[in-house]
Design a protein around this ligand. Structure first.
Ligand SMILES: NC(=O)c1ccc[n+]([C@@H]2O[C@H](COP(=O)([O-])OP(=O)(O)OC[C@H]3O[C@@H](n4cnc5c(N)ncnc54)[C@H](O)[C@@H]3O)[C@@H](O)[C@H]2O)c1
Length: 323
């Protein structure tokens, strides 16, 4: 059996849909009904509400092959401290302890938001002291950093699952993220804008040396992320924290053009004001440093970026037709 927390969300549902031959237990808050539709209901999938999961996990503890902890409040502008601490920290610590006590390999989602504005770099080999020096804006990034430091601390005391991997996802995009609304990656809103207005709206830059649209992000396909995780596990990689990004960031202008090409819609780019609430933690540049995972990335060279983007856009357009 495979446990996937957050399995009705974007990355979790995509992962669940690829593990077709496995018995899967999804633990989620199911806070958004739309998310149920993302599941490939093959009969091998059981849904358990987070609030009832402790007993169920105890029952299955000897049959769990891997525990993927992807569940979190993933909103980068969340502001409810007690909810963030409960969902993103306490539950993560509970699942960590569960996997330690039952010797279950544990994979959890961290985030590139833990690199703050990037001025300390994007290396996944930082020590706890180096991590503590990073200035993080926003509760979300803070909660992810808190748990990374917890994991590293526990591991240093030999209180860790037999295999464990913390994944610092960069800007993940894919088909199953429409439910995230304004928190989805840019491909869904950009595609809608192209279809409706033949335009893509990009945020203006508020940093002196960066022109509008020249903000750069490490945009990474969810399918790339899932292949990365599979290879990470198959190669029996060393335990620890790993960046999950391409290492080849693109400007928003470049990425918009890729989307236009893949969608076959030629559009204009227009610059709009950035919402006030984003300004304090907006990342102008992200780039996954991939030295630690160079072996995995060598194999990832076979990943077909354009074909994958075409497939994602095709699925999105089909879902708009079904709406
Ligand atoms: N999508 C990205 O670009 C990105 C980037 C960096 C990190 N991440 C992280 O990856 C993970 C998956 O992200 P996503 O984009 O699929 O988000 P999502 O919001 O689509 O999915 C998260 C799911 O987890 C559920 N949930 C909330 N707290 C939970 C808990 N404590 N236990 C179980 N389920 C819980 C939510 O209801 C939701 O269904 C999250 O941890 C997120 O912080 C995502």
């Amino acid at each position: 059996m495979i446990v996937i927390t957050g399995g009705s969300g974007f990355i979790g549902s995509t992962l669940a849909n690829t593990l077709v031959d496995e018995e899967i237990l999804i633990v989620d808050t199911f806070s958004n009904n739309f998310q149920h539709q993302l599941l490939n209901n093959s009969g091998n999938v059981r849904l358990i509400n987070l609030s009832n999961c402790k007993e169920v996990l105890q029952f299955y503890k000897n049959n769990i092959k891997y525990f993927y902890h992807l569940g979190a409040n993933s909103s980068t502008d969340q502001s409810n401290l007690s909810e963030t601490v409960n969902l993103n920290i306490f539950w993560s610590q509970y699942f960590w302890d569960f996997c330690v006590n039952n010797e279950i390999p544990f994979v959890y989602a961290s985030s590139a938001a833990t690199y703050g504005d990037g001025s300390n770099g994007f290396s996944d080999t930082m020590t706890i002291d180096q991590l503590k020096n990073i200035k993080i804006n926003g509760l979300y990034g803070w909660s992810k950093m808190y748990f990374d430091i917890f994991a590293l601390n526990q591991a240093s005391k030999k209180f860790a699952p037999p295999k464990w991997y913390g994944l610092k996802f960069f800007n993940v995009y894919g088909a199953n993220e429409i439910h995230k609304g304004t928190q989805s990656s840019v491909i869904h809103p950009f595609l809608k804008q192209l279809i409706e207005y033949k335009k893509v709206y990009l945020f203006k830059s508020y940093v002196k040396n960066i022109q509008n649209g020249e903000q750069k992000r490490d945009f990474v396909s969810v399918n790339f992320c899932i292949e990365f995780i599979e290879k990470l596990l198959n190669l029996n990689s060393d335990n620890g924290i790993y960046n999950v990004g391409t290492g080849s960031p693109k400007t928003f202008i470049e990425f918009s053009k890729d989307i236009m090409n893949a969608a076959g819609i030629d559009g204009l780019i227009e610059y709009i004001d950035m919402p006030e609430k984003l300004k304090s933690h907006y990342q102008y540049f992200t780039k996954s440093e991939n030295k630690k995972s160079s072996k995995i990335h060598k194999e990832m060279n076979k990943f077909h970026y354009k074909k994958d983007l075409n497939n994602i856009l095709e699925t999105l357009m089909k879902s708009y037709d079904d709406e």
